[in-house]
Design a protein around this ligand. Structure first.
Ligand code: GLN
Length: 305
């Protein structure tokens, strides 16, 4: 078998020629300005070997990929009580849907749809003294990367047009499942979505999900073995909204997408892979990103199944 570097270069060159039928997200005005031709991927193995191709060292808005990080911190701080506030079932609905919340009395189906991630932000808001700063510090520690930051322009842009999220948060609050101020929780949510990373940084920060006993450079445990298993399980079943089944079927790894066009996937005990291509399919997942990962796990014949 070819090595990872050769493999990702082959896949990259092949996919460069493929017509991209996706569309860049434009409901967040600032995201619509991103060059749709950006395309890159990066793998970091559990031994810290890194391989990259294309635009793998350009920063972009990770959007919903951040929901793994917020879930991790909330689960760490809140423990099993977290599941009283948010469920762990696939929703089978788009990421920004309001539909099920009424029937479910304001308890979101899972932490990766917007409703669930907003509740997770509310949980964090109750725990953290300075939510934006503390969340960023958590990300810096687990990745050993001090350069991470929010993109204020993108956070403000989403705030100015985030009508569905504003509706979701108010609606959940009407059921008592948001404890803090709607405005403050949303401001926090928009900021964590605006976090910027490169593919390389993404493939590094999520290494903690590839092993049962990951220890940060500062010597701290991130989450327990059982929590690692559970977050991976939710990624597999809910990471791509109403396309989670399709991703598991085609790629066969736990993963998570964002409307910035990024996707990360975890191969337990092997590697974390990140890919970025801004044009999204109809379900809001990167069109070429999914193709890239499908080819990668097919060519390496390595998936969790
Ligand atoms: N910030 C985006 C939103 O709330 C995140 C959605 C996504 O990446 N799927 O709409």
């Amino acid at each position: 078998m070819k090595n990872y570097q050769e493999l990702i270069e082959d896949i990259y060159l092949d996919l460069k020629k493929v017509d991209d039928i996706g569309k860049v997200a434009n409901y967040i005005p600032e995201l619509a300005l991103v060059d749709p031709n950006n395309f890159g991927a990066s793998i970091t193995t559990i031994n810290n070997e890194n391989f990259g191709v294309g635009d793998f060292s350009k920063k972009f808005s990770i959007q919903s990929v951040t929901k793994i990080l917020s879930l991790t911190l909330a689960y760490k701080l809140e423990g099993e009580k977290l599941w009283e506030r948010v469920d762990v079932e696939p929703s089978g609905k788009p990421f920004n849907s309001l539909l099920q919340l009424e029937a479910d009395f304001g308890k979101p189906r899972n932490p990766f749809i917007n409703a669930g991630a907003i509740v997770v932000c509310d949980v964090l808001f109750s725990h953290l003294k300075n939510p934006k700063k503390d969340f960023l510090n958590f990300c810096k520690e687990i990745s050993n990367n001090d350069t991470l930051n929010y993109n204020k322009k993108i956070a403000d842009s989403e705030k100015s047009a985030g009508f569905r999220n504003i509706a979701l948060c108010n609606f959940i609050k009407s059921f008592g499942n948001i404890k803090n101020s709607v405005g403050e929780v949303l401001d926090f949510y928009f900021h964590i979505c605006s976090l910027e990373m490169t593919c390389k940084e993404l493939s590094e920060i999520f290494l903690y999900l590839t092993e049962d006993h990951f220890i940060t450079k500062k010597g701290n445990t991130v989450i327990t073995e059982s929590q690692t298993k559970r977050i991976n399980a939710i990624m597999l079943t809910c990471g791509f909204y109403d396309e989670s089944g399709e991703f598991a079927f085609r790629v066969g790894l736990p993963g998570k997408s964002g409307v910035g066009g990024g996707i990360i996937a975890i191969h337990p005990n092997k590697y974390c892979i990140a890919v970025w291509s801004p044009k999204l399919n109809k379900k809001g997942n990167s069109y070429k990103g999914m193709l890239f990962l499908e080819r990668f796990t097919s060519k390496t014949t390595s998936s969790i199944f």
